[in-house]
Design a protein around this ligand. Sequence first.
Ligand SMILES: [Zn+2]
Length: 432
Amino acid sequence: MMWQLYKEISGNLILTFYFAQAPQQNVKNINKHAVLDLIRFTPGGISRAGIAKVIGLSRAAVSTIVNDLIEVGIIRDAEQRTKTSGRPRMLLEINPNAGYIVGIDMGASHIRILLSNFGAETIAEKEMGFKIADGPDACITQANTLLEDILRENDLDLSMLAAIGIGVPGPIDSDAGMVIAPPIMPGWDRFPIRDTLSALWGRPVSVNNDAELGALGEWAYGAGRGARDLAYIKVGTGIGAGLLIDGRIYRGATGSAGEIGHLTMDNDGPLCTCGNRGCLEAFSGGNAIAKQAMQAVHSAKRTRLALNDLGEISAKDVAIAAQHGDLVAQQIMAQAGGHLGVAIAGLVNIFNPDIIVVGGGVAQIGDLFLEPVRREVMRRSLPAAANNVRITTAVLGKRSSSLGAVVQALSLAIYDVAEGKYVLKNESVEVA
Ligand SMILES: [Zn+2]
């Protein structure tokens, strides 16, 4: 029998229709996952009738599945929303009070943690300075302290978390739960991140690439809702891309697809962290922006950045100066944006996306950085692709990746509950 299924990617079900032979014993769970995903990710919500139509099951079959899921407490009827005419639609929703999960984004220079309920609503969040280059021992100690703090401050303990999602800035072997030869993560090569953390915390852990999580976060809750072909470009200390192609996260053969930061822009350009010369990251990454600002100050250019200690200027300082009208800082940001635009023009030519979401710390400055990107894409991509693509900043701001980690953690938790592997014990969850 041919079934219309959803494709599972690293524990996260992305709405992808394809036809395959489903093993009979899994069909029930596959249908439950499909129903849960439609409830989680359909923009504007979905009713029982809507689910039946999309999945192609009978209304009765959908009712059985929905009743099972209501029974275990994972979904509920949403408040009735009346349309201007006709009968009210009874929408379903994930029961936000079903439990707690945590998403942690370990970046090159910051760590962010979100405590959420099952409705992916943020209950609490924290961000602090962090150096992924300090290696696993120091970083895990810091992440653990942050997790203990946020739990204590909200009167929770580890046993009350259904799952934890982690993002890291390196190429992932998702089956093994580790990074392979990451350019900016010294000491982490093949370190068993997922297994170490799930042993430490005693909870299910999902580990993914941060840019990929950014794509997922923006697709689920941000600028890319409902998009089928989306690229999320994370511009922070380094630069990476998460690709959603035809509705699925695309990782490539060995998990390193989307490493746009190491696209060669100039054979003889500045040295990159990866050891090559002239990579995009060496022109437009946070470190490159800071370095250019230091050079400008050193060569006695007229800029308010000269008020900073030389050697301590960050990309954030440059962005703030640019927003305050500093011409030198604006030129540095515009050049960085221009180089990024050249690289993105190539991406647009190759992969013809609907939407490019530019996120990460550097992109928070907005149009000062994004306008040069748009200009280069319009100039260099083929019109058929360039005229169609929308280039926008991340709606979720600096939280795209941590919300992607929340999506992944929720996938682990929600499917476990639906399959009876995890029993809900929290009666109610307060959202601040
Ligand atoms: Zn490089």
